[in-house]
Design a protein around this ligand. Structure first.
Ligand SMILES: [Zn+2]
Length: 289
């Protein structure tokens, strides 16, 4: 085992959950970054039957290899866009049940009265369904259950679950009726799913409230014994969780960085003494906390 800052005791246990539990317990506060690997570990997979059973027609037409690629695809027009997205939103953002792993994690954090905040890059409903405290969550990448103006004309998002259900129910041949396509109340442009793309994202008042809460938390614990914990973060958007977590850890000699991921992503040498890699199955590392 590599040399670790004397401030932290890293348990040399066979169980990575034991190691992680001990680190969270030693920390004054834990900053948790949650990426796509966490819902996948909880059974909410973007490949396999969950994808194939719900989108066979779209897969046949576009040869999508997973639900994320499909979610971000360019469709023929708004009618086809909403035929796909209404099903996607209902599946992942509205009707997706509470996950066992998320439930366990929420109970673990709350029952032990830990100080924590969550930076979440998943647009699904996993944290909401598991009753995570909204004041502790920053949904950086938007929410599938919400809609934004496709022209980004106003910093407002909209939620209409009944309309989503109606679009799922009334679509035929991968098209929703024109009159069901949601429109921006301000400029009349079609609404789209609230998400970040190259064009940007509508960041509404709730987004800014969450951003402030998150940064207030970081400020409050700045310089203290902080655990920067990333779980299931992939390689597509390292500038949201991974790189800021590295930077925060480096800037605070009393901080520790933990990567929970089965993939051996590089962790820079400048974090020597302040990094722990837990490469076990996320379902076990988090599920056995
Ligand atoms: Zn608009």
């Amino acid at each position: 085992m590599e040399k670790i800052s004397p401030l932290w005791k890293v348990e040399d246990s066979d169980s990575q959950a034991d190691t992680l539990r001990s680190l969270i317990d030693q920390a004054d506060a834990t900053v948790i970054g949650v990426g796509a690997g966490m819902p996948a570990a909880d059974g909410f997979s973007y490949v396999g039957p969950r994808f194939e059973d719900n989108f066979a027609d779209f897969i046949e037409k576009y040869h999508f290899y997973d639900m994320l690629q499909a979610f971000l695809a360019k469709f023929e027009d708004w009618s086809e866009y909403w035929a796909f997205e209404s099903r996607f939103v209902l599946l992942n953002g509205i009707d997706q049940p509470e996950g066992k792993l998320y439930h366990h994690f929420q109970q673990f954090l709350e029952n032990n009265h830990y100080e924590y905040t969550i930076l979440n890059t998943n647009g699904d409903n996993t944290l909401e369904k598991a009753h995570f405290d909204k004041d502790r969550v920053f949904n950086y990448q938007g929410q599938f259950s919400r809609m934004q103006c496709s022209k980004f004309c106003t910093p407002v998002t909209y939620r209409d679950d009944d309309l989503i259900r109606k679009m799922v129910r009334d679509q035929r041949n991968m098209r929703v009726p024109e009159d069901l396509i949601p429109r921006c109340p301000n400029c009349g442009a079609p609404l789209e799913v609230n998400k970040r793309t190259d064009q940007g994202m509508v960041e509404d008042a709730e987004w800014h409230r969450e951003e402030k809460n998150y940064h207030d938390f970081l400020d409050k614990w700045n310089g203290k014994k902080v655990l920067n914990l990333e779980i299931g973060v992939g390689h597509t958007t390292p500038w949201i969780i991974r790189e800021p977590f590295w930077k925060m850890t480096k800037a605070n000699p009393d901080a520790m960085y933990v990567m929970v991921n089965q993939k051996d992503y590089l962790i820079p040498d400048y974090l020597d003494g302040q990094k722990v890699r837990l490469n076990g199955d996320i379902a076990q590392v988090i599920g056995q906390l």
